[in-house]
Design a binder for this molecule. Structure first.
Ligand SMILES: [Mg+2]
Length: 226
């Protein structure tokens, strides 16, 4: 294999977060007594995306993002809510979802026999472990690095230093990161000095240049060797 150490992002790389989020939001809106519409969901997603971008830039902590987002969102609809309580309920709904990306488990099962697989994810530790376990993916990974546990997040160099320090016999030239986010996965890999594979199913464009770009996970074989 071209690489010995494969670092996988979770959401929208191995697990279909968008599918899980869709269901969880539907349940949360019902829980909050608000009628869900596509426009409201789009509005929430935009606000949430901006908050996570500010987290990546180091402007907000993870807790500030997750405990403020529903308060901010429902307030923008003129509804006063308990943002912390809603977040806690949302986490329960999210944890119950673990939809897989196409071919994800088959490919991970196969690759785990030929390389060392690790999880690199910006997220909430308990949620990510639960979802990876329920999706029957967890046993295929040698270790899991969730930003909440590391104290840093992708794309920060400190996050990658933390990860590299904990991988036995780590060699940068034998490592590659695979993820769907240009700003966290690909930018992080570039900053950390390793090769990058951008999973870009929608064929969007961006300013950050990955080493490789794929539309689906099966294309990994063309890069890694079958
Ligand atoms: Mg992702």
């Amino acid at each position: 294999m071209k690489y010995q150490t494969l670092l996988f992002d979770v959401d929208d790389t191995l697990l279909d977060f968008q599918a899980t989020e869709r269901v969880a939001l539907k349940r949360l809106f019902a829980f909050a007594g608000v009628t869900e519409t596509p426009a409201l969901v789009a509005k929430y997603k935009e606000m949430n995306h901006e908050l996570w971008r500010s987290f990546e830039r180091g402007e907000r902590t993870r807790d500030e993002v997750i405990y403020q987002r529903f308060g901010m969102f429902f307030e923008s609809l003129g509804k006063k809510v308990d943002g912390v309580a809603l977040e806690n309920q949302y986490r329960i709904f999210l944890e119950e979802g673990h939809d897989l990306m196409p071919d994800s488990r088959e490919i991970i099962t196969d690759l785990s026999q030929r390389a060392d697989l690790y999880i690199v994810t910006n997220g909430v530790s308990q949620t990510q472990y639960r979802r990876l376990t329920d999706a029957k993916l967890l046993p295929f990974f040698k270790d899991v690095f969730v930003s909440e546990d590391t104290g840093y997040q992708k794309p920060m160099i400190e996050y990658f230093d933390y990860v590299f320090d904990r991988i036995p016999n780590f060699a940068k030239e034998q490592a590659v990161i695979i993820g769907d986010s240009l700003t966290s996965d690909i930018q992080g890999g570039i900053t950390a000095g390793i090769d990058t594979i951008w999973l870009n199913p929608q064929k969007t464009t961006g300013m950050i240049q990955p080493t490789y770009e794929i539309q689906q996970l099966t294309e990994l074989y063309g890069i890694l060797g079958s």
